[in-house]
Design a protein around this ligand. Structure first.
Ligand code: SF4
Length: 99
């Protein structure tokens, strides 16, 4: 059993690999979710805070939004991604057990 931080690290690496090498998985994950991003920035703070994350007056934004990495664009792709941030995300999966 992995410790929580090891599991978060493993999931982070997995997300990076998936978005670059598993196009079908990414497409299915995107199609399986509902909702939209409210730019809360929770996914930008998994394990370490992204240096491009800006937080000011209760608002968050990304310094490199137009050029942000694929794993940022595609988050979340699986219910496990939401678990990594304690479901503090406005996306949900239609059938979490199926993805
Ligand atoms: S956690 Fe979800 S709602 Fe918040 S910035 Fe990431 S994708 Fe958007």
């Amino acid at each position: 059993m992995l410790s929580t931080s090891m599991a978060l690290f493993y999931h982070k690496v997995k997300r990076f690999m998936v978005v670059h090498f598993r196009v079908k998985y990414v497409r299915e994950g995107i199609n399986a979710r509902e909702g939209s991003c409210d730019q809360c920035g929770q996914c930008c703070k998994i394990i370490v805070r992204c240096p491009f994350l800006l937080e000011k007056d209760g608002h968050t934004s990304c310094r490199v939004y137009k050029f942000r990495p694929l794993q940022c664009r595609a988050f979340p792709l699986h219910d496990d991604d939401l678990k990594d941030i304690d479901y503090k995300c406005t996306f949900r999966f239609k059938n979490p057990d199926d993805v």
